[in-house]
Design a binder for this molecule. Structure first.
Ligand code: ZN
Length: 290
């Protein structure tokens, strides 16, 4: 599933295609809107004013003179992807709605662009169909259950807030992945940051010392920033809005490496199931009793 760095990469690559462009049509080819959402067609006539990320959500803020602003929010979940096709590329086969297409957005030319034909098409494809779309005003967004409980952003919350958030009898792995505690972390960056901080994933959050939490926060931020620089990790179907893959998977120390040798000490990495999620760690580098 795309996590913070992958979603950030999609946002950064999507923005140049959609900013300041007017939505000419938005067609939900197969139902993927959440029940709290307005029909996608309500976005027609709005201009994309801003694109940003919150947790694992991609958000486009839409404006239209005389209207309340709207928010178009996408969650890619397991296999969702957003692809942009500019100008003549819209006529290519890849840009045509296919078997896995959920939603298609047509955007017009920007003011000052050569001709009305210079538009862009955004295609939301999703093989596993878990991806979701929300469209609504600010109030509806803030009341949307999936949005309102989102925890703080790890890159901006700071070390002290992080230390306060990491608590309880649950495992540190499940606390890190809880979107209500911290937004944007999934299996990849939980396993990788715990390895980097030399913390056993099954330790309870309460058992971490002040130093453990500090080290974990520093490593988590370092890995997230490094991954954003590498345009995320490409596993399964993940790619950015231009179809390019990321390279952070080449930095994986533990994720997806169960049974292989630890890059740091040579011990065999262990794969276990923790809170229903596959978890890989090094039994020598990440001792439970530390
Ligand atoms: Zn090791």
């Amino acid at each position: 599933m795309p996590e913070l760095p992958e979603v950030e990469t999609v946002v950064r690559t999507l923005a140049p295609h959609v900013l300041k462009r007017k939505i000419l049509s938005m067609d939900e080819v197969r139902p993927c809107s959440v029940s709290e959402s307005l029909p996608c067609s309500k976005a027609v006539g709005f201009v994309v004013a801003e694109v940003f990320r919150r947790g694992k959500f991609i958000v486009a803020r839409l404006e239209r003179a005389g209207c309340e602003e709207l928010f178009w929010v996408t969650h890619l979940r397991m296999t969702g992807s957003l692809m942009a096709y500019e100008g003549a590329m819209r006529e290519s086969e890849a840009a045509s709605p296919g078997k896995y297409t959920r939603c298609v957005m047509e955007l017009g030319a920007r003011a000052g662009e050569a001709t009305a034909e210079d538009g862009c098409r955004i295609v939301f494809n999703d093989v596993r169909t878990f991806g979701r779309i929300f469209l609504g005003n600010r109030k509806a967004l803030e009341e949307w259950s999936s949005w309102k409980k989102l925890g703080p952003e790890p890159l901006s919350m700071g070390e002290d807030a992080f230390a306060k958030a990491i608590r309880g009898k649950r495992t540190i792995k499940s606390v890190l992945m809880d979107q209500h505690v911290i937004a944007g972390i999934g299996n990849i960056y939980a396993d990788e940051s715990l390895f980097a901080a030399r913390i056993h994933p099954a330790r309870t959050a309460d058992s971490l010392s002040v130093e453990d939490k500090k080290r974990l926060y520093v490593e988590l931020v370092r890995l997230l920033l490094l991954s954003i620089e590498e345009c995320g990790s490409s596993i399964r179907d993940y790619h950015d809005a231009n179809g390019n893959v990321g390279a952070f998977q080449n930095h994986f120390m533990v994720y997806g490496r169960g049974g292989e040798a630890c890059h740091s000490c040579g011990a065999r990495l262990k794969k276990v199931v923790l809170n229903g999620r596959g978890t890989v760690y090094c039994p020598r580098c990440q001792k439970k009793s530390r």
